[in-house]
Design a binder for this molecule. Structure first.
Ligand code: HEC
Length: 149
């Protein structure tokens, strides 16, 4: 029993201590998705789907929930945001070549079709895409790819 108590105290101290370490936030002043939305003809319906389900990990600005302040959750979120943006960042759309744009949309279609995106850890909290949203997103992406043929 004594040892368990000791371990619990050490863990508690570690948990408090880790709160002083904060990962850097993905917090540009401005999300800057206009160029992307304009070029790929995002309508109002798609804009809402992307905003609620994708931009938190795939743009320069994340809307953080309150629990993002708490370590180790903060580190977990931060790594997903960094990793997501490294692969696909709509705020940097203009810097992508046409080939890369086409490829990213192709990846998007694949990820959404297979239910890989949004990430599981996100849908558990925010809910998954509805069938209608998924279809709308796929139709939009398939049409948008025509721009880059
Ligand atoms: C919680 C964060 C998160 C959310 C929300 C999210 N993604 Fe991702 N996304 C990632 C991460 C991390 C990766 C890279 C690792 C992987 O492919 O699993 C990724 C990879 C991708 C890729 C692959 C890019 C490449 O070149 O391989 C595409 C496309 C993508 N996401 C699209 C989307 C779309 C569309 C949505 C919304 C429907 C979405 N993601 C929501 C985190 C997220």
């Amino acid at each position: 029993m004594k040892i368990i108590k000791k371990i619990a105290i050490v863990l508690l101290i570690a948990l408090v201590g880790i709160q002083f370490y904060r990962p850097e936030k993905n917090n540009a002043e401005y999300r800057d998705v206009l160029a992307f939305e304009k070029e790929t003809n995002v309508d109002d319906e798609i804009a809402v789907v992307l905003k609620n389900n994708c931009y938190n990990c795939h743009s320069n600005k994340t809307t953080y929930p309150w629990y993002a302040e708490i370590a180790p959750v903060s580190f977990f979120l931060s790594s997903h945001v960094n990793d997501g943006n490294r692969h696909f960042n709509v705020s940097k759309w203009e810097s992508y070549s046409n080939k890369k744009k086409d490829h990213k949309l192709d990846e998007l279609i694949e990820e959404v079709e297979e239910g890989e995106m949004p990430l599981k850890s996100y849908t558990i909290i925010h809910g998954a895409l509805t069938k209608k949203e998924k279809e709308a997103l796929l139709n939009w992406a398939k049409t948008a790819r025509q721009n880059y043929k």
